[in-house]
Design a protein around this ligand. Structure first.
Ligand code: GLU
Length: 275
């Protein structure tokens, strides 16, 4: 085994859909510090599959902000928009297992079908897709592709497991229902891109915000279905504003470049984050 293969691999994976703020800085610094502390590698990945929102000026600003914070990452940076074939290959594998189906429902269709007050909700509280198109003949052109969750969950015995900061978590992916794995506009999804990339990049440790904790059971399910290794996860607390709310319109939600322009230093940023 080469020496490299024994080292942990960490990554920070921002979406260049806007400027980084303190919440992103917290994630990036936790990742980077853990990599340094544990003698690991640190990668940066641009999660830019959403063509409608990703912009090159945000990407450039991310490099500038992270370098200013003192982060050093390996080159080249992987840009998801340049690897759509990898995501298509993973989707084709799931399709070959009979786990995907086209869905042409609009948001309005779904809202109509789930109007009952007691309609089931996913782990984040959003209404579950009611399965309208499952098992129906639908044209694939211009349709989203959804995972047949009951079938997929059954293939892994109904439960997934992961290491969350040294503790074993057991979760049922079925609670997410038939999630969209290929959006009709971009041909893939965050869930597919993140598990494929973490595997291709050899990521061993995912350090990211608590807002992605519930999605982890989908990621673990996809890793199991695709035969990909399971990284260890650490979901950190979100940075809250002075009133205990998720970063909203407060001083803390200012982009990093604005804090910098006002004279803040990287040391000030670490101090604001308690790092
Ligand atoms: N790109 C995602 C975001 O900016 C993070 C993905 C991840 O860490 O898994 O929220």
């Amino acid at each position: 085994m080469r020496e490299d293969e024994t080292r942990k691999v960490f990554r920070f994976a921002p979406s260049p859909n806007g400027y980084l703020h303190l919440g992103h800085a917290f994630s990036a610094l936790l990742d980077f510090d853990a990599a340094r502390r544990e003698g690991g590698r640190f990668l940066l990945r641009m999660e830019d599959i959403d063509k409608g929102r990703a912009r090159s000026e945000f990407e450039a600003a991310i490099y500038e902000d992270l370098a200013w914070l003192g982060l050093v990452w390996e080159e080249p940076v992987r840009r998801q928009s340049e690897h759509l074939d990898d995501y298509a290959a993973a989707l084709a594998e799931l399709d070959a297992l009979g786990l995907l189906y086209p869905c042409a429902c609009s948001r309005a269709d779904i809202a109509r079908a789930t109007s009952a007050a007691d309609a089931p909700r996913d782990p984040e509280g959003a209404l579950l897709y009611p399965g309208t198109c499952r098992g129906k003949r639908r044209d694939r052109a211009g349709a989203n592709l959804r995972l047949d969750m009951a079938k997929a969950a059954a293939l892994v015995g109904g439960e997934v497991f992961w290491d969350e900061h040294g503790k074993e978590i057991v979760a049922s992916p079925a609670e997410w229902g038939d999630v969209v794995l290929a959006r009709k506009d971009i041909g893939t999804s965050y869930h597919i891109a993140v598990v494929v990339d973490d595997a291709l990049q050899g990521v061993t440790d995912v350090v990211r915000g608590r807002d992605l904790y519930e999605a982890t059971r989908i990621h673990r399910l996809l890793q199991e279905l695709l035969g990909l290794p399971a990284p260890a996860y650490r979901h950190h607390a979100l940075v809250l504003d002075e009133d205990g709310r998720k970063l909203a319109k407060s001083r803390l939600s200012k982009p990093l470049w604005e804090l910098r322009a006002e004279g803040a230093t990287p040391t000030d940023v670490r101090a604001m984050l308690g790092l």
